[in-house]
Design a protein around this ligand. Structure first.
Ligand code: CP3
Length: 385
């Protein structure tokens, strides 16, 4: 794909986020200390989030630029994390092109129907994914509002007086297909795993379409001002390595092709001009067996869940790959000395990688005491220096 240079106003091009702790780490470079953010840092653990969300359905909140922006900023202000992650959901691009989907509290994404055979897939994929462009104004507007405010919170993620970077994200094709095939959440994603083998043609059509749609969603966020992109293949851990490589990895690579052509102009430490690409992170749950293959689709940083220690993950992805993770979220509710020891252990193991971005091994549990999260950020910044 030919290269596209981000606009001069983009935080990466404008020199606002390119040398932040987070973006340096995603390039494999050290900083003054270890950067930290939390998956699901925006959301139900925060009383200010619960208050804002009263009376607004989840997807309506995602599509309200003022609300989505404010919710994204809440954890940055409160915890001084090194990144904001855009408040949205993996099903938002589906909603934007007219798919019948809602998010039920305590359950997750629920569709008007399942898409588990060739006829259903043909109906779904008759919608042109390029239609997302016409519908993406609420996303672009929310990202713009957010980065304008993040420019004013340089005390956290930025070194040298820049801005805190915003991470854009999207669901990987398999994780979206796991919901689409079933018509809602499932434990083992059986409908998707059956379709993959029962009708490989229909499966490929579903994955191709989903890859383009979710890739465009990610691209929209980066063009509007996100400084990094994370692809969530949350449920890829349900797959064998062989199925992942044959039936899933090509679609994930296709999704990322929608951001891999985006570059920005900058200078190196010696002042010489160069262009860099936007850093990409790939994460899944229970993906210990897949880590090498997940890196292999062409990402800069691999996110690791809590089941595989970071030093072991480094052996699986290669010693030159930055890692993100991987405190077990269950420990957030443990007594402080237990939690502190676990945080220090994650930092020590993460030190084997060229750079480490501290995170949880999956999302913040809704019942988490937010003051504990703030304390973890302080500990990481102090101990990771
Ligand atoms: O702070 C952040 O991390 C950004 C926000 C974010 C949300 N969803 C908001 C949300 C992100 C990154 C996601 C991604 C997402 N959504 C994934 C991939 C990450 C992961 O968790 O593995 C998946 C699988 C989904 C689908 C989804 N959406 C689920 C399983 C749920 C939980 C349902 C529930 O209520 O337990 C959601 C809803 C959702 N997405 C909430 C939030 C804040 C909770 C809804 C609410 O507050 O009413």
């Amino acid at each position: 794909m030919s290269r596209v240079i981000l606009s001069p106003q983009h935080p990466l091009s404008a020199g606002l986020t390119g040398d932040s702790r987070l973006i340096r780490a995603y390039r494999g470079e050290p900083s003054d200390t270890t950067p930290v953010w939390f998956m699901r840092q925006a959301g139900r653990s925060l009383p200010e989030y619960r208050e804002l969300r009263v009376g607004t359905r989840m997807l309506d909140a995602c599509l309200d630029p003022a609300l989505a922006s404010e919710i994204t900023l809440q954890p940055v202000r409160r915890h001084h994390v090194d990144a904001g992650i855009f408040f949205s959901d993996i099903v938002v691009p589906l909603k934007l092109v007219g798919v019948d989907v809602e998010i039920q509290p305590g359950r997750g994404p629920v569709f008007g129907r399942g898409y588990a055979d060739a006829a259903a897939v043909a109906e779904l994929t008759s919608v042109d994914p390029a239609r997302l462009e016409e519908a993406s104004a609420p996303i672009t507007e929310a990202v713009r509002r957010t980065i304008a405010e993040l420019g004013e919170t340089p005390e956290s993620g930025a070194t040298g007086g820049g801005a805190t970077p915003l991470i854009g994200f999207a669901g990987a094709p398999f994780t979206l297909a796991a919901y689409l095939a079933e018509g809602g959440p499932s434990k083992d994603h059986l409908a998707a795993r059956t379709l993959m083998h029962a009708d490989p043609g229909a499966w490929r059509a579903l994955m191709d379409w989903t890859a383009e749609l979710t890739g465009r969603f990610l691209r929209t966020q980066v063009l509007a001002g996100a400084s990094a992109a994370q692809l969530f293949d949350s449920w890829a851990g349900a797959l064998s390595l062989a199925d992942y490589e044959a039936h899933v990895a090509p679609a994930s690579a296709k999704a990322l092709s929608f951001v891999h052509d985006l570059e920005y102009e900058t200078t190196d430490a010696a002042g010489a001009a160069l262009t860099r690409s936007v850093p990409v992170v790939h994460f899944g749950v229970g993906t210990g067996e897949l880590l090498g293959a997940m890196h292999g689709i062409g990402v800069d940083t691999v996110g690791v869940d809590y089941r595989v220690p970071l030093d072991v993950a480094a052996q699986r992805v290669g010693a030159d790959v930055p890692l993100q993770g991987n405190l077990d979220p269950a420990l957030l509710a443990a007594p402080w000395p237990v939690l502190e020891a676990a945080v220090r252990d994650v930092l020590a193991r993460g030190a084997v990688a060229p750079a480490h971005v501290f995170n949880l091994g999956h999302g913040v549990p809704p019942e988490t005491d937010p003051t504990v999260l703030t304390r973890v950020v302080e500990l990481v910044h102090e101990a990771g220096a």
